[in-house]
Design a binder for this molecule. Structure first.
Ligand SMILES: [Zn+2]
Length: 264
């Protein structure tokens, strides 16, 4: 904490200079100064600070060399550090706090974020892991194969009127190999995603899902020979509903004129 305070003091009193670590390019040529640019990133460890980055370029191949030290805490093109992105993403999606509450918490952590911009780090919190999974699909597939395969669990979530976010979870490793926003939870949208993930990770030994029609249809189309199972949670959740419906039907049958066709 003390170290973070000292670091914050140092970074907030003067612009910090950043350079690429190496002068030479990997092609063997010496790089030349391209430009100096100003950036004001914000991280939880430091707070907001002014950075002056000197960029160099390779005269032979045109490759731009940026400061690795400046890229490490915050993404290129973004002003919020990875720790801020995780902090805001967890608050929004794991702890389900409102944007207003998250903004107040960020301001208290010396990261002032306008309420209109709280959603951007939140989106990066979702997108970056998806991109990371996509970038290392080969290694993930090897890992899954070594463990005997994965058990995909396709499911969708949505908030209010927003489009559903459809995800494919792996029930063994508890990771999310792929997800996509869809206009509706329809098999016509789910099937292409499942096919893409089947091509990337292979045919699983089994699948697990709820009893939604769209998911049932998509799994049958993409994994026709794979044993599929109803997830225990969904199975248990439906018992009281089915029991009520059956009980209601039985009562209706006992009292003529009170039946409700179509409820089963
Ligand atoms: Zn070069």
């Amino acid at each position: 904490m003390l170290a973070a305070g000292i670091t914050a003091f140092i970074f907030t009193t003067a612009p910090a200079a950043f350079f690429p670590l190496a002068i030479g390019c990997r092609c063997g040529a010496d790089t030349r100064v391209l430009k100096t640019r100003r950036k004001i990133p914000a991280t939880l460890a430091i707070g907001r600070f002014e950075a002056l980055e000197t960029q160099r370029h390779c005269p032979r191949r045109g490759e731009i060399h940026r400061s690795e030290e400046l890229r490490a805490p915050s993404p290129h093109g973004g002003r919020f550090g990875f720790d801020v992105i995780e902090h805001i993403g967890r608050a929004l999606f794991v702890h389900r706090r409102s944007e207003r509450a998250v903004q107040a918490g960020s301001a208290a952590a010396n990261i002032p974020v306008p309420i209109s911009e709280i959603g951007f780090p939140g989106k990066r919190f979702i997108v970056y892991p998806a991109l990371a999974h996509r970038a290392c699909r080969g290694a993930l597939r090897e890992h899954m194969t070594a463990k005997g395969g994965c058990i995909p669990h396709p499911d969708a979530t949505c908030e209010g009127d927003s489009p559903p976010l459809f995800s494919r979870l792996d029930e063994i490793d508890r990771i999310v190999p792929g997800n996509r926003k869809m206009p509706t939870e329809d098999s016509g949208h789910i099937i292409p995603l499942l096919r893409e993930l089947k091509a990337a990770y292979g045919t699983p030994p089994a699948a697990v899902h709820d009893r939604g029609r769209a998911i049932l249809k998509a799994v049958a189309a993409v994994f026709p020979a794979v044993p599929d199972h109803i997830r225990h949670f969904h199975f248990l959740r439906e018992i009281p509903v089915r029991a009520c419906l059956i009980s209601s039907t039985e009562r209706s049958a006992a009292v003529p004129g009170t039946s409700k066709p179509g409820r089963r």
